[in-house]
Write a protein that binds this ligand. Structure first.
Ligand code: PEP
Ligand code: MN
Length: 372
C-alpha cells in the first residue's frame, strides 16, 4: 500500500509524527519512506510492506498528512501502474523531460573511439536541434580480445565536447560500480557541463548488486535495457530493484530478444511491448532499433530496416530512441555495420517526426471514437 502525503509535509510536524506513530503500531507491516524533491515541492510517499490486506483504504486516507492511498495490485510496487494511481509518470533531468508523454532521440556513438569523431557527432546533433546523445565508454564485449571501450580516459573530452555543443544528457553504459564514481568525478572535474543517464545493458539486466548500487544514488537517471533472454516480467522486476533502492528515474529499454528466429536481424524486434510496458508501469519506454536490427539493410522501398523498426516503436508510443550513428562506420571500433551515417541524421529525425505525429493522431482517434 502506498500513502501519498500532502505536498511539502514537514517531518517535524506533530501530524507527521502521529502518522508515523500510528504506522509503527501496525502488526506485520514494514514502513518505508520515499522523498521526491521536485523544483517546486517535495513529495513524500510511504510504502507499507507486508500484511496490509486488513487495512481499509478509507481508514488510512483519514490519517494525518495523507492525501491519497493506492493499493498495490501487482509486483512492481513502486514503478507499477496501479488502480487509482495518480502518481506522475515523468521526471526532469538537466531540463529535459522524460515521461510516457514525451519523445527524446539519443543518437550517437555506440563506442567512443576518438575525440574527432565525438566532436563531429556532437556538432551534427547540435546542428539538428538535438540535446541528447549516446556515447559508450565502457563496452561489454562477447570476446575478451575485442575493444572494451576507452573507459575513464575518454570521459574528459566527451564531457567537455558535450558542453561545447549544448548536449544536456548522454546515455552511457556502465558495467561496474567503479564506473559510476569515474563518471561522477569526471563530470565534476569538467564543471558539470552535461548530464549522464546511466545505461544498464542487456547483459547486466539481472546483475542485482549493480542494480542496487545504481538504485541507491538519485543523481543520475537510469536506462535499463530489457534482458535479451528473460521474460518481460523478469526485466520489469529488475527495474523495480532500482526503484526499491530509491531511484525511480528509470527508463525501460527494449532492444530485441536473442533468438535465431529473428534472422537476418541481430535480435527479434520486440517493440510491440512498448504499450505493454506503459500499461504495466509508469516508466517511459525506450526503443533501440540499432541493437535490435543490427544491419544497414534496406527494404525495396529504400527505407533502412533500422528506420522501419524505429518507426514501429515510435508509432506504438515509444518515449525515447537510442540509435547508433558514426561519421565513418567502417572505422568504428564497435557495431559499425549497424551505424547510420551522419548524412542520414536529418532524414532519420524527420522520419521519427512522421511516426510521432502519426502516434499522436492515433491517440486522438481513440478520443473521437470513445463512447460518450
Ligand atoms: C549498447 O547500447 O551499446 C548495448 C551494448 O546494448 P545492449 O545492452 O542492448 O546489447
Ligand atoms: Mn553496440
Amino acid at each position: 500500500m502506498i500513502l501519498i502525503l500532502a505536498p511539502n509535509t514537514q517531518i517535524q510536524s506533530t501530524e507527521y509524527q502521529s502518522l508515523m506513530d500510528h504506522l509503527a503500531g501496525l502488526q506485520g507491516v514494514q514502513v518505508r519512506v520515499h522523498k521526491e524533491h521536485g523544483s517546486e515541492q517535495t513529495l513524500t510517499e510511504i510504502y507499507l510492506i507486508g500484511n496490509t490486506k486488513t487495512l481499509e483504504i478509507e481508514d488510512v486516507r483519514d490519517l494525518p498528512c495523507v492525501e491519497n492511498v493506492v493499493r498495490v495490485s501487482q509486483d512492481y510496487r513502486i514503478l507499477g501502474r496501479h488502480k487509482d494511481d495518480s502518481r506522475s509518470a515523468h521526471f526532469n533531468y538537466k531540463g529535459v523531460r522524460f515521461g510516457q508523454d514525451t519523445l527524446n532521440v539519443f543518437a550517437g556513438l555506440c563506442a567512443v573511439d576518438n575525440a574527432a569523431h565525438v566532436e563531429i557527432m556532437l556538432r551534427a546533433l547540435r546542428d539538428n536541434g538535438q540535446v541528447c546523445t549516446r556515447m559508450g565508454a565502457y563496452k561489454p564485449r562477447t570476446s575478451p580480445y575485442a575493444f572494451q571501450g576507452h573507459g575513464k580516459n575518454c570521459l574528459p573530452f566527451v564531457f567537455d565536447l558535450a558542453g561545447k555543443y549544448g548536449i544536456k544528457v548522454i546515455a552511457m553504459e556502465i558495467t561496474h560500480e567503479s564506473h559510476l564514481n569515474e563518471i561522477h568525478e569526471a563530470l565534476q572535474q569538467a564543471g558539470n557541463p552535461t548530464g549522464v543517464m546511466l545505461q544498464i545493458g542487456t547483459r547486466n539486466t539481472q546483475n542485482f548488486e549493480l542494480l542496487k548500487i545504481v538504485g541507491r544514488q538519485q543523481e543520475y537517471p537510469v536506462l535499463l535495457k530489457r534482458g535479451f533472454g528473460i521474460t518481460l516480467d523478469e526485466s520489469l522486476n529488475a527495474a523495480e530493484y532500482l526503484a526499491s533502492e530509491g531511484n525511480r528515474n528509470v527508463v525501460f529499454g527494449l532492444r530485441g530478444m536473442k533468438t535465431n528466429m529473428g534472422d537476418p536481424h541481430r535480435n527479434m524486434v520486440d517493440f510491440a511491448h512498448v504499450p505493454v510496458v506503459k500499461r504495466l508501469t509508469r516508466m517511459p519506454v525506450c526503443v533501440d532499433p540499432s541493437h535490435s536490427v543490427g544491419t544497414r539493410a534496406a527494404s525495396p522501398d529504400g527505407i533502412l530496416d533500422v528506420m522501419h523498426a524505429t518507426a514501429q516503436g515510435v508509432l506504438a508510443g515509444a518515449n525515447m530512441v537510442l540509435v547508433d550513428f558514426h561519421p565513418e562506420p567502417p572505422q568504428a571500433l564497435v557495431d559499425g555495420p549497424q551505424a547510420l551515417l551522419l548524412s542520414e541524421l536529418p532524414h532519420f529525425l524527420e522520419d521519427v517526426q512522421i511516426a510521432r505525429e502519426a502516434y499522436l493522431k492515433r491517440a486522438q482517434l481513440v478520443q473521437k471514437y470513445q463512447p460518450k
